[in-house]
Write a protein that binds this ligand. Structure first.
Ligand code: ZN
Ligand code: ZN
Length: 390
């Protein structure tokens, strides 16, 4: 089959001591510490065959993720920016959906012809974190498209325990193609859901919500906040396309932080204004720009407000922690989307028409043009680039 692989040199940074496990497995705990000079290549790969418990999915859609962008971008020394676990070379791509075309022995829930999307966090189910329900913190975690073969390819094999059916959604939409496109968005929106409703334990209807960063995670947060009864939603970004998408996903206001600053305004001022002075009950940081965002957030957090930190940055952020004491507020971090009812409940919301996320797709390209799509994503002008199998 055709597949788009990320290739990079195994060249640990000077001063970085590999762990014994990294030396044996060649899987880096943090890709940015080890992998250098990354590039994408279209190559032939063997067609996958399912082992017991596994199915093979013919890919119909795959979204381009910010992590894919980070894995081809490098710092001044040529090391990749992506900081998650990875073992390269690896077929990239993890936000996928498609049709089951082969079923291994002992598979109980899926048959050939089922439409599915699947979790990209391949948890073991055996370690203590998994058995406590913290699947995204699995100590043996593999990630589709980084340390396990991904979905920028014609086929992928996956254990049935990671798959969720889209048959009901296809029936409701009257279109397998539409269901698969929305199904491929469950992964990024799942990260927002996991942060807001599983890790931070949710918000009450009538809350004031602010979202920093209108990439897919921030856009997913906007759609979820609207669907679950937010009173107001204000969003901040720098890209005009992303700000338009924020409005389309349900934000009441979407503002360019730079033009706001040039007019002498600030996000915290807007957050106070839109909430009649009360402040934001829930703030989603999906910009990964903590140095700039945290000081603004702390100025406009409501009493008992929750900051859900989903952006990634290697830098330390200035935060006045006294807000957590005097405001009984909290900062909650989260990654991933496995467990917690995330996938089935998002699919259920889509099926019943209470969540609409298709509006975040700003561009479509052919699945096997994934390398060009990742290249395009570096401009950060698009909200979500969706790849479609021809
Ligand atoms: Zn992703
Ligand atoms: Zn585990």
């Amino acid at each position: 089959m055709d597949a788009i692989k990320l290739i990079a040199d195994w060249d640990p940074r000077p001063g970085y001591a590999l762990t014994p496990a990294e030396r044996v497995s060649r899987k880096a705990t943090m890709a940015c510490k080890v992998f250098r000079h990354p590039h994408l290549e279209r190559q032939q790969a063997p067609d996958p065959t399912p082992a017991d418990g596994e199915v093979v999915v013919k890919i119909r859609n795959c979204g381009v993720c910010g992590s894919d962008t980070h894995s081809v971008e490098t710092d001044a020394d040529g090391y990749m920016i992506f900081s998650g676990p990875a073992r390269f070379p690896c077929i990239l791509g993890h936000e996928y959906s498609g049709e089951v075309v082969a079923v291994g022995g002992g598979v109980r829930n899926l048959v050939v012809g089922d439409l599915v999307t699947a979790e990209g966090m391949l948890y073991c189910g055996v370690c203590e974190a998994c058995r406590k329900g913290w699947f995204n913190q699995c100590i043996r975690l593999d990630m589709v498209g980084f340390s396990s073969p991904g979905a920028y390819a014609e086929y992928i094999k996956v254990h049935e325990k990671h798959c969720w059916k889209l048959n009901g959604l296809a029936e409701r939409l009257g279109s397998a193609a539409l269901a698969c496109e929305q199904g491929a968005l469950v992964e990024p929106v799942g990260c927002s859901f996991n942060g807001m409703f599983v890790a931070a334990k949710g918000m009450t209807p009538g809350s004031h919500v602010a979202v920093f960063g209108c990439g897919p995670i921030g856009l997913g947060a906007i759609a979820l906040a609207r669907a679950t009864g937010a009173a107001t939603i204000v969003a901040f970004d720098l890209s005009p396309t992303r700000l338009d998408c924020a409005l389309a996903m349900g934000a009441d206001q979407a503002l360019d932080v730079r033009s706001l600053a040039s007019q002498g305004g600030s996000p915290s001022q807007i957050m106070r204004e839109i909430s009649d002075g009360w402040g934001s009950d829930m703030v989603i940081e999906a910009a990964g720009a903590a140095i700039q965002t945290m000081p603004e957030i702390e100025r406009a957090l409501a009493p008992a407000g929750k900051v859900v930190y989903l952006g990634r940055t290697g830098e330390r952020a200035p935060v006045m922690l006294d807000i957590l004491v005097s405001g009984a507020s909290s900062i909650v971090g989260a990654r991933g989307h496995a467990g917690g009812g995330v996938y089935p409940q998002i699919i259920r919301m889509l099926e019943h028409g209470v969540l609409d996320i298709g509006g975040m797709i700003s561009h479509r390209m052919d699945l096997l043009d994934a390398a060009a799509a990742v290249q395009r994503s570096k401009t950060r002008e698009d909200a979500k680039i969706m790849l479609v199998a021809s």
